[in-house]
Design a protein around this ligand. Structure first.
Ligand code: AMP
Ligand code: ZN
Length: 460
């Protein structure tokens, strides 16, 4: 019984999929105008852990994550600049930027051993679907048009504040940062569904024809249109970082429900932020870090993955280089430990049960990780521990199997160890020491146990 905290109801609830066959899971992906930072990656890792946990629990999952490649406007009311179009002169320039950073993002995902979502739709390739939804909202009188834009009319959607639980007046304060200063906008909290390529946006490069003239979609409509297309409505789980609760997810809910008269998604999962040196990551500050900054310092990217496992997804996690070093050491110890285990066999039911309980408890990954460590410290034989650890790693994704296989010593090392054993039996300890050194040079350690020499790969 997998239970998750649902931000919409503010309760931990048992997951009951709409269809008992497949869980529909939509996650808000990155805006590809720059490299993603490690905060973004914490959220994307959460999606990966959640999907893996669902599969571990026996659900089949359809995982959709969008790529935002159009219409990411700054919240600066004066410039209203589209970040995707900075320094671009043609549509090709914009797409080149998007392609470059999408590729870099996919490389990061790969380095962090994330499973590829089943569908990664791009906003720019789903304009027809977005226009269709806006047309529906216009037909239902939930939207209106001015000379500059088409707006969603929040007054037509009384449950607008259901996700934030805030008063509408307080939400307006946040909404004021929206880009358009349009005398025809009825209510500050109304948000743009379609920007016309006029006025401030007359030079907007990416533009499409629409019933309201040439222009481009607003910030939120892509997720409503694409989640519906790939998962239907309602679907099961919608996820994102906490900053997306408002306005992004609030607006997604409003427009989808107003258009189709049914809920958008049943469970809303929001991941807390990653801080760097206790602060919010900002481009202008020294604390804007990418995965490359981590690998440039010779850390294994999976050390970052490990670090994110150490905090529950609903608590803030503070990134420091010391914390990453500790994560790397813990991971190396884990690798070293399992490298001495024999071929996996049987498994430890008791620990597997604890592991599953931790996942079911609102995806308590720190607890799940602790179960893995408890298992290692237990008295079970290595082969049994390994069997269970490989199972746990279907969720943890720390590449335990690959690393263990890699650590199976090569023929050369095995032969050196055999020669050393022979030398020791013959009392030739000088030769035995030389052979130990050769094994060491090959990157392996010999642990002389009562059951004979154990060979372990060095991970430091
Ligand atoms: P964006 O590219 O800004 O749309 O963000 C992509 C994902 O990263 C979204 O789910 C955001 O909520 C999330 N995100 C942004 N900043 C952070 C952060 N500091 N920590 C964790 N997640 C973040
Ligand atoms: Zn979204």
């Amino acid at each position: 019984m997998l239970k998750l905290y649902n931000s919409l109801t503010r309760k931990v609830e048992e997951l009951k999929p709409v269809s008992d066959k497949t869980v529909g899971f939509y996650a808000c992906g990155p805006t590809v105008y720059n490299f993603v930072h490690i905060g973004n990656l914490r959220s994307i890792l959460l999606y990966d852990f959640l999907r893996r946990a669902l599969e571990y629990s026996g659900f089949k999952v359809k995982h959709v994550m969008n790529i935002t490649d159009v219409g990411h406007l700054t919240s600066d009311a004066d410039t209203g600049e589209d970040k995707m179009e900075k320094n671009a002169k043609t549509a090709m320039d914009v797409y080149e930027v998007a392609t470059k950073y999408t590729r870099a993002f996919l490389e990061d995902m790969n380095a962090l051993n994330m499973l590829a979502p089943h569908v990664m739709p791009k906003a720019s390739e789903h304009i027809t679907e977005q226009i269709a939804m806006i047309k529906k909202l216009m037909a239902r009188d939930a939207a209106y048009e001015s000379n500059e834009a088409v707006y969603f009319d929040v007054s037509k959607f009384p449950k607008y504040n259901q996700l934030t639980g805030q008063k509408l007046e307080d939400m307006m304060l946040g909404a004021r940062q929206e880009v358009v200063q349009d005398p025809k906008k009825r209510n500050p909290v109304d948000f743009v569904l379609w920007f016309k390529a006029v006025g401030r946006y007359r030079n907007h490069i990416l533009r499409w024809d629409s019933p309201w003239g040439a222009g481009f979609p607003g910030w939120h409509i892509e997720c409503s249109a694409m989640s519906k297309k790939y998962l239907g409505q309602p679907f099961d789980i919608h996820a994102g970082g906490v900053d997306l609760k408002f306005p992004h997810h609030t607006n997604e809910i409003a427009q989808s429900e107003a258009a189709d008269k049914k809920p958008l998604a049943n469970v809303w999962v929001h991941g807390e932020h990653l801080l760097v040196n206790e602060g919010k990551m900002a481009k202008s500050e020294q604390n804007f870090l990418t995965l490359k900054d981590i690998t440039d310092k010779k850390f294994n990217p999976l050390a970052f993955r490990y670090l994110t496992l150490t905090a529950h997804y609903r608590t803030k996690l503070n990134f420091t280089w010391d914390a990453l070093t500790a994560a790397q050491n813990a991971l190396n110890n884990l690798y070293q430990e399992i490298s001495g285990y024999d071929e996996p066999k049987v498994g430890c039911a008791e620990f597997e049960q604890h592991f599953e309980e931790a996942l079911n408890d609102d995806l308590n990954l720190p607890k799940a990780l602790a179960v893995a460590h408890d298992l290692i410290r237990s008295d079970y034989p290595g082969h049994a521990k390994l069997q269970s650890l490989f199972k746990f790693d279907e969720v943890l994704g720390l590449k335990l199997r690959e690393t263990w296989e890699l650590s199976r010593s090569s023929d050369t090392v095995r032969s050196l160890v055999d020669q050393r054993e022979a030398a020791r039996s013959a009392g030739d300890f000088d030769t035995a020491d030389e052979l130990r050194k050769k094994v060491d040079d090959e990157g392996y350690l010999i642990d002389d146990t009562s059951g004979g020499p154990l060979i372990k790969k060095k991970f430091k």
